[in-house]
Design a protein around this ligand. Structure first.
Ligand code: ZN
Length: 277
């Protein structure tokens, strides 16, 4: 594994950005710090780097955007080292109260066992000495996903809500219709800078998320119209998300374009069955 890191700042926010080269592929992570608050903790395989960063900034509390191990991986270590609470949504707390089972490919990328943690549940907002953040539930990428918004400064800590303007493959269990609703909901807030879990600091972030919303809307519309014409899930995936990615093979199918299309079709079918019942 080859790791390179950079530390950047945007106003009062400090960002530890890391790039990991493993198995000939590049993976990224970001840990953010603002006024005593650490937002996400990076994957287990970069524990020393994250601890070193945390020793510099001396966090007073941690918040997790969702339970995935590349965000929660060092929460236990940091919480014990600094004797500080780990704030989470109630769903994240539930998912992490026992050590979750992680698919093999994700263990290979991000590190081994994820330790169970006790989340200190926050529902609507979280404060630091200087700032207040609204907590917005944004399921889709995962069921427990939350974002932090501070409209006064125009900041959105978006976890894995954004990632990029397009999405070519998804994880098993990811829901595109839910993600579309979450992105639409977050766009009703006033922000300009997006602090993304993987893409880093994204300027003109509101516009970038608007582009993501349009992409998701079109994917849902196109899938729906092909499905209504009798196309199979496989054929729709080939037509709309044809680019095959190496990650699909590497993950043994856990990460693939078909999961995105599947989640849309599942939502169409469940709506249809509600209508006919
Ligand atoms: Zn994630």
């Amino acid at each position: 594994m080859k790791l390179s890191k950079t530390i950047t700042t945007h106003e009062d926010v400090i960002c530890l950005h890391g790039t990991i080269k493993k198995f000939g592929r590049v993976f990224t992570f970001n840990v953010y710090y603002v006024d005593g608050l650490l937002i996400d903790t990076g994957p287990m395989c970069v524990k020393d780097t994250v601890v070193e960063f945390a020793k510099e900034v001396q966090p007073k509390q941690i918040i997790l955007t969702h339970f995935h191990e590349d965000h929660s991986g060092n929460a236990d270590t940091l919480s014990k080292l600094f004797n500080i609470p780990i704030r989470t949504s109630s769903l994240t707390a539930d998912l992490l109260k026992t050590s979750p089972t992680i698919p093999l490919y994700r263990r290979l990328i991000w590190g081994k066992e994820l330790k169970a943690i006790e989340g200190d549940i926050v529902e609507h907002s979280i404060s630091t000495d200087k700032y207040q953040f609204s907590i917005v539930k944004t399921p889709g990428h995962s069921i427990d996903h939350i974002c932090l918004v501070n409209e006064v400064n125009g900041w959105l800590f978006s976890g894995d809500l954004f990632l990029g303007k397009r999405l070519l493959y998804g994880m098993k269990g990811e829901s595109i219709p839910q993600l579309y609703h979450s992105v639409s909901n977050i766009l009703s807030y006033d922000f300009d800078t997006v602090f993304c879990g993987h893409a880093g600091i994204v300027g003109h972030g509101h516009e970038a998320l608007k582009a993501k919303q349009s992409f998701l809307q079109k994917l849902i519309q196109d899938t729906t119209s092909l499905y209504n014409r009798g196309w199979s899930e496989e054929k729709i995936t080939k037509r709309l998300l044809s680019r095959q990615s190496a990650i699909q093979l590497f993950s043994g199918g856990e990460m693939a374009p078909k999961h995105l299309i599947h989640s849309i079709i599942k939502s169409i079918s469940s709506k249809k069955s509600i209508q006919t019942n």
